[in-house]
Design a binder for this molecule. Structure first.
Ligand code: UFG
Length: 337
């Protein structure tokens, strides 16, 4: 396979690129390094040698994307590049639509210009918004009613893909709706380095490392078993596996959508306890107010993706997921530096 990976210097895109390189494929990473890391590209280079091409370009630069597609003789696009912070999206909605929607449209134009028809898109459970709690677990037909510009911009691009698949020169597309992605390459070559970091597991681990004084738990008065929010944590390697399964399902003229989660939820307190067990550190926590826009519980029903393309999570134990994140962060306390 000759793949173009947008956002390949970011957390999820770099893990997908690494797997493709490990399996002998040719990979062209396109990333503007706004939030991606040159250090991730260096790690990919070590794994893939000259099977990796890196193009520093913005999604808005359709010509640069078209050149990268043509030069890499690309047959399949994996589209990860995006802005991904819910809170920031509320502050800067225009940027989220510019990057996540218009950026995707620019990519589609480059694909059309070069005759590349296959695309797997990184969508999100945030497109579902706040489903009624009796609608849990979430299936693919659960109504998509995003409650913030992040989810709305991702849903807008899903819709554009659907239209592009029905167009006269149709595409073949899969949108994978990720739940909470966690962990790192089990061989410790790359990991998660968000700036700013807002995600629960890395924050707990930064407390364990002494980089932060405590975790603030965002509310314990939700209607869940222990009062804290429940999420579905899927290991990054399982998530990458879902992309590999998706390649075989690409079909001209169709957009296919699947949830990617393990199908069970863990509360914030359960995640905190897991991080304490794995690290052996106390990880102090304080109780804080609810964070705006946090639904009480979000977890997937992964039956459709298992039935349709044979994907099933292998990492189902939270401690094992957290351990891979801990191994990386402990070895790279300053992330990519
Ligand atoms: N949380 C805390 N304290 C913190 C950080 C998080 O209590 O310091 C809580 C949150 O309130 C939430 C849970 O931990 O209940 C998980 O929060 P994350 O920020 O790690 O993840 P989210 O569930 O908010 O969002 C993630 C991705 C989104 C994606 C969503 C889909 O960041 O991109 O999962 O479920 F859309």
């Amino acid at each position: 396979m000759r793949a173009l990976v947008t956002g390949g210097a970011g957390y999820i895109g770099s893990h997908a690129s690494l797997r493709l390189l490990d399996e002998g494929h040719e990979v062209t990473v396109v990333d503007n390094l706004y939030r991606g890391h040159r250090g991730a590209i260096e790690a990919l280079r070590r794994a893939g040698g000259d099977r990796l091409k890196f193009v520093e370009a913005d999604l808005a630069d359709t010509d640069a994307l078209a050149r990268a597609l043509a030069d890499g003789r690309v047959d399949t696009v994996l589209h990860f590049a995006a802005l991904t912070y819910v809170g920031e999206s509320v502050e800067r909605p225009d940027d989220y639509f510019r990057v996540n929607h218009a950026g995707g449209i620019s990519l589609l134009a480059a694909m059309r210009a070069t005759g590349v028809q296959r695309i797997v898109f990184s969508s999100t459970a945030a497109t579902y918004g706040e489903p009624a709690q009796d609608a849990m677990p979430i299936v693919e037909s659960t109504p998509q009613r995003p409650i913030n510009p992040y989810g709305a911009s991702k849903l807008a691009f899903e819709q554009s893909l659907r239209d592009a698949c029905a167009a006269t020169a149709p595409l073949a597309a899969v949108a994978l709706r990720y739940f909470n992605v966690a962990g790192a390459d089990a061989r410790g070559r790359i990991g998660e380095d968000h700036r700013p970091e807002t995600h629960l597991i890395p924050i707990c681990l930064e407390v364990a490392l002494g980089k932060r004084p405590h975790l603030t738990v965002f509310g314990d008065d939700y209607a869940t078993a222990d009062g804290t929010c429940v999420r579905d944590y899927v290991h990054i390697e399982d998530l990458v596996d879902a992309h590999l399964c998706a390649f075989g399902a690409l079909e001209t003229g169709k957009l296919k959508c699947w949830n990617v989660g393990i199908g069970r939820g863990y509360s914030v307190c359960e995640v905190l306890e897991s991080c304490r067990r794995v690290t052996g550190h106390a990880i102090p926590s304080v109780m804080g107010a609810r964070r705006a826009g946090d639904p009480p519980a979000l977890y997937a029903n992964p039956a459709a993706i298992a039935r349709d393309i044979g994907w099933k999570a292998k990492w189902t134990e939270l401690d094992a997921i957290v351990a891979t994140a801990w191994d990386w962060i402990r070895a790279h306390p300053r992330g990519y530096g």
